[in-house]
Design a protein around this ligand. Structure first.
Ligand code: SAM
Length: 358
């Protein structure tokens, strides 16, 4: 495999790729970091000096070039894997950079990107914010503060030619994006406190969960997810009522510092904020969080039945708790319904929705 590391700095990832058996590794940097190091620490570095020191120590064969990323068009070679770590948010024309990187990627190859972005809550904020000198570093860069989120993703280069035709995605066939979980030790920065407060005021925290003391802030549900859940409430409410229960859209199971919030919960009376158990929990699968991760929790809380709905495959799995583990069943023991009948009654396309960005 061949690897190109763009904006390599001292070459950490380039050397790692070589260590992990990449046959040919090229690392480039325009050595802009010299300005940053000089302004922050008053140290004048010679360009590439850190890289060369490690290169010697490792007896590495990684090829280093002092080069600007936007000059990569002049390089003939293409690579199986292109790293773009910590640089996309530093250039004036990020989409242009993606296009350049696509040009250096073999057909079917991949560009792996790590960058900062904005969280959904801040998507209406200005695209560029200018901070007073040093303020960004001191106040914001150590915590994401709700406005900048580390994201890592892969862009798969299409065999087909799309360079000119795709302004939004830099011409790549498939884009996958993963947010990097961020642990912020106490005390919480004021920005995060403010974000939590804002979410409480908006009622945007109804689906947040606490997993053994760790808050999992749930992103807002997608329209497709909401359309499905609203429909399920309508379908299941009369069946729940017939058995003296209620179907709730956001009912917590567990205790304050360890609870889950299924997409839909069937509760026997009385309903409380944190219910010790439930008759039935419904999880609608999402690419963001696999529902299977919650099975152990529901079993430990004696939730009688679990319904897992996969909107992509249009399937319904109905599970019943037997001796501490969930087993598939063809008919519910809690309400008068089964998986096949529910799958039949769901309108899987009730309303046109845009495909989700993944
Ligand atoms: C934050 S560092 C990231 C270093 C490394 N990729 C990592 O993730 O640890 C950004 C690096 O990109 C380099 N850089 C910034 N803009 C560049 C450009 N237009 N072309 C090439 N290198 C660039 C900087 O000199 C610096 O070394």
């Amino acid at each position: 495999m061949s690897v190109l590391d763009v904006g390599c700095f001292d070459g950490f990832y380039a050397f790692l790729a070589e260590r992990r058996a990449a046959e040919h590794v090229v690392a480039i940097d325009n050595e802009q970091y010299r300005l940053w190091v000089a302004s922050r620490w008053g140290v004048e570095l010679r360009g590439g000096e850190g890289f060369r020191a490690v290169h010697r120590l490792l007896r590495s064969a990684v090829e280093y070039r002092r080069m600007d990323a936007f000059a990569l068009d002049g390089l003939e070679e293409r690579f199986d894997l292109v790293y773009c770590f910590g640089i996309l948010h530093r250039v004036e024309n990020p989409l242009g950079l993606l296009r350049v990187l696509r040009g250096r990627t073999v057909s079917g190859g991949m560009v792996l990107v790590e960058t900062y972005g904005i969280s959904p809550e801040d998507r209406n904020d200005p695209a560029i914010r200018i901070f007073e000198p040093r303020r960004f570093t001191r106040a914001t860069s150590s915590s994401t503060g709700g406005s900048a989120t580390m994201a890592c993703g892969g862009l798969r280069r299409s065999p087909a030619r799309r360079d000119q035709s795709a302004p939004r995605d830099g011409g790549f066939r498939r884009i996958r994006c993963r947010l990097m979980p961020t642990l912020i030790p106490d005390p919480l920065p004021a920005e995060v406190e403010a974000l939590l407060q804002r979410r409480r005021e908006w009622g945007a925290d109804h689906h947040d969960e606490v997993w053994e003391g760790v808050l999992h802030m749930s992103p807002p549900p997608s329209p497709r997810h909401e359309l499905l859940v609203t429909q399920l409430i309508t379908l299941l409410q009369p069946l729940a009522k017939a058995k003296g229960m209620a179907a709730l859209g956001a009912a917590g199971i567990g205790v304050t510092d360890d609870h889950r919030v299924p997409d839909l919960t069937l509760l026997r009376p009385p309903a409380v904020q944190w219910n010790p158990t439930a008759a039935l929990a419904v999880e609608v699968l999402s690419w963001r969080e696999p529902a299977d991760k919650k099975l152990g929790f529901y079993a430990a809380h004696d939730v009688d039945e679990l319904v897992i709905i996969n909107p992509d495959q249009r399937t319904v799995r109905w599970l019943e708790l037997r001796e501490g583990a969930y087993e598939p069943v063809q008919r519910s023991g809690v309400i008068d319904l089964g998986p096949a009948e529910l799958a039949d009654r769901i309108d899987w396309d009730p309303f046109p929705v845009e495909p989700e960005d993944r």
